[in-house]
Write a protein that binds this ligand. Structure first.
Ligand code: ADP
Ligand code: ZN
Ligand code: ZN
Length: 731
């Protein structure tokens, strides 16, 4: 008699046992269909054996074997199992998370035909230049004449869907379902010759990585914005692909980097697949399958692309490694950078972490000699350094957040036909609406949080729970119509600048203006065209764009960022500032950065401005060391929430007691809480947390592993929603 252990997609840590019929031959890491309660469920086999701890009459047989081969490579299987233990997350949830949706649903692991655009007979005999009044259509037809284009690659190739539809209406092209071509790219592999001559620093970095590109090595490529990091990735990849191996490139956000993706495509005569949010489930599975069969050379994707299987993975690149989007913020809270380093070690391949502003964790890993640092200090394209200055606004009257010296500077830069970028990390018109007569403030009842006024939609919106309500005409408390706004958001900044600079086009880039699909790309295109222009934006603007015509950058509200209750706030501000400053004067123009602050003497600002990000990081690491904070200690937070503000705190109190009573608890453990979360109420739930710090990762993990099975015995555990977060990034 044989038995299988199976994990299911359930949110709790449990393995289920089933009987194995004689003729069934499942495999570890493959899927089976099993009876589960009244229904059938998809499971992943984790073990096959000859004995069972469960009474035979309690066991049911599996219904079906879906895979004859494991869906996971050995290394991915090991990584995921390590992650299940490290993040204390249910095995089923983790393993299924790593699979494409269709496989989770039990669909076969094959590539279904995909939609493809192709030129019709009529299209083939049409010259693109006959469409010269419609440049987008011209571009799209030209592309189709070179070869058909899969629907999911339209946006990556920077073609317009509307243009394709227009061509289709004219009978010049059409859509068809096509089985993906599955040829071996290796015999035809070529590198395009248009590459740059590397400068000394780039050549040194490439040399170092290449020297050890057949074993595990973790490299921090610390290069200021525009220093040519992407060029280094491309050159390193040349070697890897020439050997017939594949590459995985992780980026924070796909939609922000069409130019970068284009550079990868142009450089190599090899299939590049991009995992972006516009893919449907079939297309996503097709990419997964191609990578696994070795049929594509490069996969570019965000966080979850880390779980793509590869036949011959040769390198991992993580661009903007400091970006917090690599950390999953709900459910299984893994960090893709950390798991990627683990994967590289398991696969015995190099990993390159590139950024202008390394995370403090990463710098610490360099200090501990776990990673090695390569530095690019010079801008590759232009040598003009940016001028950086603190604008002391103490006692100055501000017009909508703008000081007179800043306005004067803006005029100078705009007169020279350059672009100005204003950075304000608050979207909406104003962060509060209040009554002038009685002091009432419009507040979201579910979050106890001020509503943000969105003037354009005439709405109040809660930025915590996203609820919205129409703008009131009267105070809800005294009936007065004297409602006034307080504070400044990007929408108001835009409204205020329009009359001040009537002839200057203004582009606002925040979550509100870019919600519509394609909107961001449109804005970015307008900006690329050049000419005088004011850009207003939240931190979205700071990510990875190239704005060659921006010569003046200003951060309007520095003080809000440097005085914060979160110990990571300073690091985040410094990264943001450095990234934003790197956007000024990228081409051959002199750039300038101005920071408005009431605290120009603040040591953080002084260090950052005069000695740079790396020196700032060194000092901040020392402070963290003295305070016993990460990365010098390991950090785990337990969170709990309830609806009446009684249970969550109590639960965490009991949990704290449980930890305190554990024989594994030692004096080095630092417990804080239960304390209310930084946003103590959200969507009607009261949020509490218990923070654990320990100098030894191992000890802390042991304590938590031993204590977790007891949590369900706590009286309150069923009355609250609770979770734990290993290496949390936000509190
Ligand atoms: P990063 O990724 O560090 O921001 P990029 O690789 O995008 O930098 O390079 C910035 C700009 O400099 C690009 O326009 C790129 O083509 C150019 N560039 C990079 N390396 C060189 C080089 N060795 N010589 C000339 N131009 C270069
Ligand atoms: Zn009132
Ligand atoms: Zn709310």
């Amino acid at each position: 008699m044989s038995f299988v252990n199976v994990t299911l997609q359930v949110p709790f840590a449990r393995i289920f046992s089933y009987l194995l019929p004689d003729n069934a031959t499942p495999t570890i890491g493959g899927r089976v269909r099993v009876p589960f309660g009244q229904r059938q469920a998809i499971g992943i086999v984790t073990a096959i054996h000859n004995h069972s701890d469960v009474a035979l009459d309690k066991l049911r047989p599996i219904s079906d074997v879906l895979d004859s081969q494991s869906l996971f490579s050995d290394s991915l299987w090991r990584i995921l199992h390590w992650a299940i233990g490290y993040y204390h997350y249910p095995a089923g949830a983790v393993l299924f998370h790593a699979l494409p949706v269709l496989l989770r649903q039990g669909k076969p692991a094959t590539i279904a035909p995909l939609w493809q655009w192709f030129a019709t007979e009529q299209g083939l005999s049409t010259l693109p230049k006959n469409l010269k009044r419609a440049p987008k259509q011209q571009q799209a037809l030209a592309s189709l004449l070179r070869g058909p284009v899969y629907r999911h690659q339209v946006s990556e190739l920077q073609l317009a869907n509307t243009a394709l539809q227009a061509l289709r209406a004219k009978g010049l092209c059409d859509l068809r379902l096509r089985t993906a071509d599955t040829h071996d790219w290796r015999p035809e592999f070529r590198v395009n010759d248009k590459r740059q001559r590397l400068n000394t620093e780039q050549a040194a970095a490439v040399g170092a990585i290449r020297n050890e590109d057949n074993r595990f090595a973790a490299w921090l490529l610390a290069g200021v914005t525009g220093s040519g990091k992407t060029e280094v990735y491309l050159t390193v990849l040349e070697n890897i692909l020439t050997k017939g191996q594949q590459a995985l490139v992780l980026v924070p956000e796909i939609s922000l980097m069409p130019q970068t993706i284009a550079r990868f495509r142009e450089r190599f005569n090899a299939p590049v697949e991009v995992l972006h949010s516009g893919l449907n489930d079939n297309e996503r599975l097709a990419v997964w399958m191609k990578a696994r069969r070795g049929e594509c050379a490069i996969v570019i994707g965000t966080r979850s692309a880390l779980f793509t299987p590869f036949a011959r993975l040769g390198i991992i690149v993580i661009d903007e490694e400091h970006d917090s989007s690599y950390k999953q913020h709900e459910g299984w809270r893994y960090h893709a950078r950390d798991l990627a380093v683990f994967r590289a070690r398991e696969e015995k391949i190099p990993i390159v972490l590139g950024t202008a502003t390394p995370a403090l964790e990463t710098i610490y890993n360099v200090q501990k000699k776990k990673y090695r640092q390569l530095t690019l200090d010079k801008r590759a394209s232009s040598d003009k350094p940016t001028g950086q200055k603190l604008l002391d606004i103490k006692g100055l009257a501000l017009t909508n957040g703008l000081s007179t010296p800043l306005l004067d500077k803006m005029r100078i830069h705009l007169q020279a036909d350059n672009q100005v970028m204003l950075f304000l990390n608050r979207r909406g018109f104003a962060p509060a609406l209040l009554c002038h007569e009685c002091g009432w403030i419009a507040e979201c009842q579910r979050c106890d949080h001020y509503y943000t006024l969105h003037q354009y939609q005439r709405q109040l919106r809660c930025h915590y729970c996203d609820s919205q309500r129409p703008l009131p005409y009267q105070c809800l408390q005294c009936g007065s119509t004297q409602l006034v706004t307080f504070g400044l958001g990007t929408e108001q900044l835009e409204a205020a600048l329009t009359p001040l600079f009537p002839s200057v086009p203004i582009t606002r880039i925040d979550r509100d203006t870019t919600a519509r699909k394609g909107a961001l790309e449109n804005y970015l295109n307008q900006v690329q065209l050049g000419g005088k222009r004011i850009l207003i934006g939240t931190q979205m603007l700071a990510k990875g764009h190239h704005f060659p015509n921006v010569t003046l950058v200003s951060l309007l509200d520095v003080d809000g960022a440097i005085f914060s209750g979160d110990f990571r706030a300073a690091e985040r501000f410094a990264q943001l500032y450095t990234q934003v400053a790197g956007r000024a004067g990228r081409a051959d123009k002199q750039g300038e950065v101005l920071l408005q602050t009431c605290h120009p003497e603040h040591p953080l600002l002084q260090t950052l401005l005069h000695r740079g990000y790396m020196e700032f990081a060194r000092q901040t690491l020392q402070e963290r060391h003295q305070a016993g904070l990460p990365p010098f200690t390991s950090h785990i937070v337990f969170r709990a929430d309830d609806h009446d503000n009684h249970q969550a705190g109590l639960f965490l109190e009991q949990l704290r007691q449980l930890l305190d009573d554990s024989p594994l608890r030692d004096n080095a453990l630092w417990l804080i809480g239960p304390i209310p979360a930084l946003a103590p109420k959200r969507s009607g739930r009261f949020r509490w947390q218990l923070l654990l710090f320990h100098p030894s990762r191992l000890q802390l993990q042991r304590l938590v592993t031993a204590s977790l099975p007891l949590v369900s015995t706590l009286l309150q555990s069923r009355k609250v929603k609770w979770s734990l977060d290993v290496d949390p990034l936000d509190n």
